[in-house]
Design a protein around this ligand. Structure first.
Ligand SMILES: [Zn+2]
Ligand SMILES: [Zn+2]
Length: 455
């Protein structure tokens, strides 16, 4: 029997700050080290203090969303000898995401008096690049320790630029970690590319969308979004699309460009936020080197994208109207451009807020989605309340595989065990029940946080 242990380093069973400790034979891995956008200070990080200093051999970074990446500089402070395995695109995007997170923490330190912030310095971001080992998709990496050898392979996971699933092979063990995964192609990215003929004894499964049944197809949702935008602009309103800077914004730019060329949306200014625009350049560069990424920055010119310069936008600012505001964050996290613009436009029935991705129910975005028309909504960080008059819509354009696709993936591979991660309690419950019905002989482990399991 190969000795294998797993411990979820998150603070709670939720999406939170994704991080897993894995011990496979003599090898000690950490998969991702995120930062929870809902928490503040060091509580936003995984429980990294559970790991003894310099005990980690390698960190496997699946992708660059902050809930997987944000704690990496802090983790590496005590694990400075660990290599970070990551895809090439992820190695390019990581410093940009961390620098942005650093800037946000510096701002939060002032605005919300959080003495611990920033949790790392700018020079840490430079320093950790030395630990990076960019790997090619599908290429086996060998790692040696105490005369033992382990193989690690990254596979394209769709989801977002550079996103990877990871296969760990050690003697007879084959552990597959999905990471955040999407099987379908998007406008800018190819879907996951996991060879069908591979056998895995264990699948570590993301469960983000376990609470939601698939309602409609992506193409139909895109058409509904374009119609909603067109109607809003035609009635002279502002249309806010809160979106993740990494991936979602670039994807929507392509959708808007195609729609404009097909005369599906009227001419109007489109505003985009800073980080999303910075990442456009990375998409453009990587698009030149691989056919898994389709993006050309020429579309910014065609769409005449304007950047939103005014930092202090608030409830009373005069905003250009009619216009489209394509801004991060996707969940209207406090103080972000989308949060500020939302505070300005939800009081007017001409306007629309179009959510296009997952919204945690505890974030302002999740709360706005639960607010009934005319009910009062409070922007706590701006100390501003207003009745909700604008139209609020949610479109299913998520970068995560829906639960039906994830189930099929597991059933097709017939592993001995599946380990549920990266989802809230109800999401995991749905998978647990589904698997105990469909695969009664498979072990389903929904790990308690901080507890160590033999797997
Ligand atoms: Zn992600
Ligand atoms: Zn995630």
């Amino acid at each position: 029997m190969i000795h294998c242990l797993l411990r979820d380093l998150n603070f709670e069973k939720e999406i939170g700050a994704n991080s897993l400790f894995l011990e496979v034979g003599p090898f000690h891995f950490v998969v991702d080290a995120g930062m929870d956008p809902k928490r503040i200070g060091s509580l936003a990080l995984p429980q990294l203090s559970l790991l003894p200093e310099n005990s980690v051999d390698a960190i496997l970074l699946t992708h660059c969303h902050l809930d997987h990446l944000g704690g990496l500089p802090v983790l590496l402070r005590k694990q400075s000898k660990a290599h970070v395995f990551l895809s090439y695109p992820t190695s390019l995007v990581t410093p940009i995401m961390l620098e942005n997170s650093y800037t946000v923490m510096c701002r939060q330190k002032e605005e919300q008096s959080i003495p611990e912030y920033p949790l790392y310095e700018k020079k840490d971001i430079e320093r950790i690049k030395q630990n990076f080992l960019p790997v090619k998709f599908g290429q086996v990496q060998h790692l040696e320790k105490e005369g033992h050898c382990i193989d690690i392979t990254f596979f394209l996971a769709g989801h977002v630029l550079g996103a990877s699933s990871v296969l760990i092979e050690y003697e007879e063990r084959k552990i597959f970690i999905t990471g955040d995964i999407l099987f379908q192609d998007q406008h800018t990215l190819k879907g996951a590319d996991i060879p069908n003929d591979r056998h895995f004894d264990t699948i570590v499964l993301e469960t983000t969308r376990g609470r939601t049944e698939r309602q409609s197809h992506r193409v139909d949702e895109e058409e509904r979004l374009l119609k909603t935008i067109a109607q809003t602009i035609q009635r002279g309103g502002m249309c806010l699309i809160p979106a993740f800077a990494l991936g979602r914004i670039q994807e929507l730019l392509v959708l808007l460009d195609n729609a404009r060329r097909a005369n599906k949306i009227p001419e109007c200014p489109i505003f985009c936020s800073g980080l999303g625009m910075a990442l456009v350049n990375v998409f453009n560069e990587i698009g030149k080197t691989t056919n898994a990424v389709h993006f050309n920055r020429k579309i910014l010119k065609r769409l005449n994208i304007k950047s939103l310069r005014r930092k202090k936008i608030g409830p009373d600012s005069q905003l250009t109207t009619p216009a489209i505001y394509l801004l991060s964050s996707g969940m209207l996290v406090e103080h972000t451009p989308s949060y500020r613009v939302a505070s300005n436009l939800i009081k007017d029935c001409k306007n629309t807020v179009c959510f296009v991705g997952y919204c945690d129910p505890d974030t302002p975005g999740g709360q706005l989605l639960q607010t009934a028309p005319d009910e009062v909504f409070t922007f706590k960080a701006l100390e501003f309340s207003t009745p909700l008059r604008a139209q609020v819509e949610h479109f299913d354009l998520s970068g995560h595989a829906d639960r039906e696709d994830l189930c099929r993936f597991v059933v097709d591979h017939q592993p001995k065990q599946v380990i549920l991660t990266h989802g809230d309690v109800e999401a995991r419950q749905w998978f647990s029940e589904k698997f105990s019905k469909d695969c009664p002989h498979m072990r389903v482990l929904d790990p308690e946080v901080g507890k160590t399991y033999t797997i």
